[in-house]
Design a protein around this ligand. Structure first.
Ligand SMILES: NC(=O)c1ccc[n+]([C@@H]2O[C@H](COP(=O)([O-])OP(=O)(O)OC[C@H]3O[C@@H](n4cnc5c(N)ncnc54)[C@H](O)[C@@H]3O)[C@@H](O)[C@H]2O)c1
Length: 254
């Protein structure tokens, strides 16, 4: 199954977690994948893991908050592969702290990394997406956009803003470029684990709230992103796909 054969996809933050899971699924399905990642070690490891399996992947060190770095990502991708068909805006950070401790600097940093970076990446990729015959953008939101927990600071606000951004972009770039978002629930990644003091009890606490009875994996999100980027989703744009094992539907544990 290679629905992405002859297509080039950029996955921001593709070195770890959901980004790597998404890069893997897209590459397995035939895409040439560019891993746009700030962490050199993670990016190199991700490229190696995919190319060792005979898949096409290239790491380009990128800081998605820096317009010059994003421009250079797009120029290098176009030079190496000649096209860009899919953009996955995956980078996101969360800083957990009490609201009283939240500074303007942290607030602005989370907005810049989670939201403004998406605008920069879309702007830079736009000429190439317009030239593609089947272009698609997929943005990573979160179920935190809909309901959240204590101490999440700017994170839920940025994830809700991504829904508005996805909808306005879907209209502005219509009819040619489709734009959708995935809202993951609890996914076992470096980011999620780093926020938990005691991983085992954090998992045990959450499981009764998740009808599917397990924590999500990066590949669960990668497959949803791949669906939205594929021709099977041709009539889907401006949509938000919740991928959380049913957690958003459940009011109480048990
Ligand atoms: N893990 C979850 O449970 C969960 C739930 C809902 C939504 N999400 C969203 O999914 C996305 C990925 O989350 P994750 O858990 O895989 O995170 P992660 O921290 O495990 O991975 C994020 C990747 O982005 C990279 N990155 C960070 N800043 C960057 C920058 N400025 N430029 C380029 N790369 C940068 C990191 O180095 C890392 O490789 C985020 O947008 C997050 O908000 C995650």
């Amino acid at each position: 199954m290679t629905p992405f054969r002859d297509r080039v996809a950029i996955v921001t933050g593709g070195g770890l977690g959901i980004g790597f899971g998404t890069a893997s699924v897209l590459a397995e399905r035939g895409a040439a994948v560019v891993i746009a990642e700030i962490n050199r070690e993670a990016g190199q490891r991700a490229e190696q893991a995919l190319t060792e399996r005979g898949l096409t992947a290239r790491f380009i060190q990128t800081d998605v908050t820096d317009p010059a770095s994003v421009d250079s990502l797009v120029t290098s991708t176009a030079a190496q592969f000649g096209r860009i068909d899919v953009l996955v805006n995956n980078v996101g950070i969360a800083v957990r702290q009490a609201f009283d401790a939240l500074t303007l600097e942290t607030w602005n940093d989370v907005w810049l990394t989670n939201m403004t970076s998406m605008m920069l990446c879309v702007k830079a990729c736009l000429p190439h997406l317009r030239a593609s015959s089947r272009p698609a953008i997929v943005n990573l939101s979160s179920i935190n956009a809909l309901r959240t927990i204590a101490g999440m600071g700017a994170y839920p606000a940025t994830k809700a803003a991504i829904i508005g951004f996805t909808q306005s972009l879907a209209i502005d770039l219509a009819p040619h470029i489709r734009v959708n978002a995935v809202a993951p629930g609890v996914i076992m990644t470096e980011m999620w684990q780093s926020q938990m003091d005691d991983l085992e009890s954090a998992i045990a606490y959450r499981l009764p709230y998740i009808p599917r009875g397990r924590i999500g994996e990066a590949a669960d999100i990668g497959k949803a992103v791949a669906f939205l980027a594929s021709d099977d989703a041709d009539f889907i744009t401006g949509s938000i796909l919740i991928v959380d094992g049913g957690q958003h539907a459940k009011l109480y544990a048990g």
